[in-house]
Write a protein that binds this ligand. Structure first.
Ligand code: LMR
Length: 397
């Protein structure tokens, strides 16, 4: 039977990780997969997570099953973190949620919920978007459409082209996938004014936002990074969100995420809640608990929460400082647009105007690893490798 299988092309980001690992050059620069790194190239466990693990090791009394929708304390703490302390009062009865296996699991459960509610809805994604968005969502059986987003000349958002495309192509009931902050792969986010426009535009056209918050806390701070989502939720009847704890809690391998939906009324939320349980059951039965228990422990303990928040601030500040340093190094003749964009953009990534051949040349001639589309993981740069990276980059352009 298995002779019938054909080989699949490797996932671009995973393949890049493997190529970089295999490169013996001690000066290689890894700007590939989206993980946070220190100046030494390490991805440490956060201090608050380590402490929560020690506490949890003593407190945890059983490893029996939790529930198909996961840990209730995790779900409510995350919703409060994302939507504000008055979340339950404002929207509680209209929200259904489920713990998920990472942000990817959250997106997939969300896609299955859309299929259950309206299998004819198309999901509109930005061009470009995270490489796994399209496979994850389309394999649930949904049609994908694209809207223009990143202008590779200005390195900014083509907001009016995006609105024009949605106006002319999208049907009421369609879903618009939006990156809540730290757009992956470009780093170019909507301004507050653009979020304000979207908060009117989407309900006017009967479009339902699905906000992906994979990097919140790592852009400009928790308040700024959730501005768009909070603005939308005040203005629309229905909304979906997928959040990840992979990056902001550095819990990558624990697979911790949350999917939630805002419905028009409380009865629909009760039905959506039961759908979440049934969807997770048929996919993986139940989400893994360990990471979610740690997040619940941290967010529910004022001292641990303050420690986590301070460490997140350190990570974010370091990335902003790396952006400023890289921007200075690129601010030479021919590099000005890149220099301005890199400084201004948010989160772990920026997409630079490189061709595939130039990305390959960086890899083969300089041991600099970034995706063929020109996506750079800013957290992989360091004060000591930025001069070499900038020189290599300018030499291939
Ligand atoms: C990335 O975009 O590099 C990360 O989200 C890791 C992944 O799974 O692709």
């Amino acid at each position: 039977m298995f002779e019938a299988l054909t080989a699949k092309a490797p996932d671009a980001i995973m393949h890049l990780m493997a190529m970089c690992k295999a490169d013996a050059n001690p000066d290689k620069i890894d700007l590939g997969v989206g993980v946070y790194k220190t100046e030494d190239g390490a991805t440490p466990i956060m201090r608050a997570v380590k402490k929560a693990e020690q506490l949890w090791w003593r407190e945890e009394e059983t490893k029996t099953y939790v529930s198909t929708v996961g840990n209730a304390a995790f779900r409510s703490a995350m919703l409060e973190l994302i939507l504000g302390a008055d979340m339950a009062e404002k929207y509680g009865a209209r929200i259904a949620s489920s713990q998920a296996a990472g942000g990817s699991g959250a997106l997939r459960i969300g896609a299955e919920l859309i299929v259950a509610a309206n299998p004819n809805a198309a999901v509109w994604v930005s061009t470009p978007t995270w490489a796994n968005h399209i496979p994850l969502i389309s394999s649930a059986g949904l049609k994908i459409e694209t809207y223009p987003y990143y202008n590779r000349e200005t390195l900014g958002v083509d907001f009016s082209d995006m609105l024009d495309r949605l106006k002319s192509g999208a049907n009421p009931g369609d879903i618009v996938l939006l990156h809540g902050c730290c757009h992956n792969p470009t780093g170019a986010d909507f301004s507050r004014a653009e979020w304000d426009v979207l908060a009117k535009f989407l309900p006017e056209h009967g479009l339902i936002p699905f906000v992906d918050l994979a990097y919140f806390g790592l852009g400009r701070g928790m308040e700024d990074d959730t501005y768009g989502l909070r603005k939308l939720i005040e203005s629309v009847d229905e909304l979906m969100l997928a959040a990840s704890c992979s990056k902001n809690f550095a819990l990558y391998r624990e697979r911790v995420g949350l999917v939630a939906v805002l419905t028009k009324d409380a009865d629909s939320a009760i039905n959506a809640q039961s759908q979440f349980g049934a969807i997770q059951r048929k996919l993986i039965s139940m989400p893994p608990d360990h990471g979610a228990a740690l997040v619940a422990r941290i967010l529910g303990d004022p001292a641990l929460r303050a420690e986590w928040s301070a460490e997140l601030d350190e990570m974010r500040d370091r990335m902003r400082s790396l952006r400023a340093q890289l921007s200075d190094a690129l601010n030479v003749q021919g590099g000005e647009v890149m220099a301005a964009a890199v400084k201004d953009q948010n989160g772990m990534f920026s997409t630079l105007p490189l061709t595939k051949d130039q990305a390959v040349a960086l890899r083969e001639m300089h041991s600099v690893y970034l995706t063929d589309s020109g996506r750079v993981n800013i957290a992989g740069t360091t004060t000591s490798n930025i001069p070499r990276f900038a020189e290599a980059l300018l030499s291939v352009l």
